[in-house]
Design a protein around this ligand. Structure first.
Ligand SMILES: NC(=O)c1ccc[n+]([C@@H]2O[C@H](COP(=O)([O-])OP(=O)(O)OC[C@H]3O[C@@H](n4cnc5c(N)ncnc54)[C@H](OP(=O)(O)O)[C@@H]3O)[C@@H](O)[C@H]2O)c1
Length: 256
């Protein structure tokens, strides 16, 4: 697709979403950068303008439907907003944790997407890019709620892909590995599972294993550049990686 029209990015206050908003503006899209607190993005318009791009910041909370206004002229939606939570075994994870993650990662994304589809249809098509996680391709203890919410987005995307292909809308799933953001640095801790009988050693092993991917941590700008390339590539596969670890896991899963 040509880099023209409006791109709408959720969760653009920091991390991958911020990098994606700037990268899309740099390629020629008019970007609407959605974030809960617009003050977090007060430098974004100027930064985009420095590379000749257009970007406006808007208040957006995927859990507040009244804040979701799909723009006219929409060509690209990037469903990036997301969160994770306590790393607990299934038997101890409270339902409030599951509901919290699903409200944002799945239902919030769905609220945005169902508003975006009519605008994408009106523009003659475009791309819906869902940021999930390559953790769904592995058995990772204590990440059940997060991984399940992201796997559900994957399944939602597969049905949506079939439904909207005829309208010229491509649904792309991006499965990041470790990207150098606040979410990743906050996850560098002994999992809360260690407080529960029978899970201490597994929790310690998981934390130790996490140190093993330190060399594979990817900068948000580098990941964003790969994601924007996949958005622009009409022949991109339905599921793509944006970093070396995600690439290895995706290749291994498709080879199975
Ligand atoms: N970093 C990684 O290693 C990694 C790996 C796999 C997948 N991912 C996925 O990549 C995406 C971006 O994550 P990140 O690493 O950039 O994390 P991050 O630094 O924690 O940023 C998350 C973003 O989501 C926003 N957000 C959270 N709840 C929201 C809501 N209700 N409405 C609107 N925005 C909301 C946050 O906004 P506030 O500033 O308002 O909190 C923030 O802008 C997420 O979907 C994450 O699951 C990340």
């Amino acid at each position: 697709m040509n880099a023209e029209g409006v791109a709408w990015v959720t969760g653009a206050s920091r991390g991958l979403g911020r990098a994606l908003a700037l990268a899309l503006a740099g390629r020629g899209f008019r970007v609407r950068a959605g974030m809960r607190n617009p003050a977090d993005g007060e430098d974004l318009s100027d930064l985009a303008a420095q590379s000749g791009g257009q970007l406006s910041v808007e208040a957006l909370d995927v859990r507040r439907p009244e804040s979701l206004q799909a723009p006219e002229g929409l060509r690209v939606l990037v469903n990036n907003a997301g969160l994770d939570g306590a790393y607990l075994p299934v038997e101890h994870a409270p339902m409030t944790l599951w509901r919290e993650l699903f409200e944002t990662n799945l239902f919030g994304l769905l609220e945005v997407t169902r508003r975006a589809v009519p605008q994408l249809r009106a523009t003659g098509g475009g791309v819906i890019c869902n940021i999930t996680s390559c953790s769904t391709l592995q058995e990772v203890p204590f990440y059940a709620a997060y991984r399940a919410s992201k796997a559900a987005v994957g399944a939602l995307g597969e049905s949506l892909r079939a439904e909207v292909a005829g309208f010229g809308i491509r649904v792309l799933e991006v499965m990041p590995g470790p990207i150098d953001t606040q979410m990743l640095s906050a996850s560098d801790r002994l999992p809360e599972a260690a407080e529960h009988d029978g899970y201490q050693e597994m929790a310690k092993d998981l934390w130790r294993g996490r140190q093993g991917v330190a060399d594979l941590i990817t900068a948000p700008d580098a990941a964003a550049a790969r994601i924007v390339s996949a958005i622009l590539d009409d022949d991109a596969p339905a599921r793509v990686a944006c970093d070396p670890l995600g690439e290895n896991l995706l290749a291994a899963s498709t080879a199975r």
